[in-house]
Design a protein around this ligand. Sequence first.
Ligand SMILES: C[S@@+](CC[C@H](N)C(=O)[O-])C[C@H]1O[C@@H](n2cnc3c(N)ncnc32)[C@H](O)[C@@H]1O
Length: 346
Amino acid sequence: MRLALLDILACPMCADAPLELFALAGSGPRLETGVLRCRGCDRFYPVQAGLPIMLPDGMRDARQADLLQRWRHRLPAGSRGALDADCARIRTCAAGSDDSLLARRREQSLRDRESGIYDSLYPDARHRAEIETYLSLCRPERDLRTLEIGCGTGRVTRHLLAAGAEILAVDCSRASLEVLAARATGGVLDRVCGDAVHLPVRRDRFSLAVALGVFYHLPGRDEREWALQAALDALEPGGALVVSLYNLSLPKRVGAALGLDPTGRKQGRKGDREGGIYFYRHGAAEARRWLGARAEVECFEGVNHQIPIVGRRIPDPLFARLDGLLARTPLSLLLARELVARVRKR
Ligand SMILES: C[S@@+](CC[C@H](N)C(=O)[O-])C[C@H]1O[C@@H](n2cnc3c(N)ncnc32)[C@H](O)[C@@H]1O
C-alpha cells in the first residue's frame, strides 16, 4: 500500500478520516504490514501483504480478528483494549445471519474460489465487445483519478491502467485482488479489499468512478441505492460514473414468460446464478430512471446483444460485427445483455 493512500481512505463504517496508521513493516513510501485505526468508531483494519482489508462489519471474518490479535503486542499499549473490543465485534458480526450480508459473503467466497479462472469464463467476442464499450464511456487518460468498484481480477483495470489512469481498485474478494496485482503492469494502481455498499474512501476524491458488473450482484434495492450513492459521493462535483447493469432484455422476458431456459442461463428479472450469486436485471427504462434520479445521464447504451436464433454459435468476428451494428439501432436496448451508462455527478 502506498502511504499516499491515507489521504483517500476513510472508515467504511463511520466515514471518519484520516485513519491512524500503525506501521509494522514496509519501506519508504510503501507499507507492507500494519494496522489502520478509525478514531471515530474504534475499528481496526489490517494491512497484509500491502493490501488494506477495509470491509464493513459482517463481511470481516474471524481470520481478520486472528490477524489483529497476532499483531496486538506490537501496537501501542493504549490501543490494545479498543483492539480487543473490535476483535470481539468482528467475531460476533461474522456469526450474523442477515440475508443481505449472507448473500454478499457467499459472493465474496465464490469470487475468491473462481479468481484463477475468472477471465477464461468470458467468451472472447463478448469480452472484446464489452471492453470496447466500457473504454469509450470511461475515456481514460493520463493521471485521471479513478475509483474502480468491483474490479475483480482486473479484466477492465488493465486497459484503464494502460491508458495512464491512476486507479484505486476496490473489491470484496482478496483472491481476485491478488490476481489483479500479479497481472497489472505500469501505471499507478492501489488496491483495497472493501465493500461497494460501504466504500472505504473519502468524499469528492475522484474524477471517474467505474462500477462494471457489480451493482447487479448486490442483493437488494437498498444495497444498490446505497452503492450508487457511495460511488457518486466519492466523485468530485462534475465527476463521471460509468456503470453497467444487467438488462431485462426481450429474450429474458419472453424466456421467463414461457418458462424456457434454452441457453441454460436464468431468465427473468432476478435470481441466483450458479454457485448462488444473486443477480438483478433492470429494464432499460427503469435503469435510466434509477440513474437519472441521482445524476445526469450522459450516455446510455446496450452491449453484448443476444442475437436471435443463431445465438452464440456464430463465429467471433461475425458476432463482434453484428454486436457493433446492433448497438447503433433502437433494437439494442431490447436485445443487449448489459446496459452501460456514463452519468455525471450533479
Ligand atoms: C462480475 S464480476 C466483474 C469484475 C470486473 N468488473 C469485470 O468486469 O471483469 C463482479 C465483481 O464484483 C465484486 N463484488 C461483488 N459484490 C461486491 C461488493 N459488495 N463489494 C465489492 N465488490 C463486490 C466481485 O468480487 C467480483 O469481482
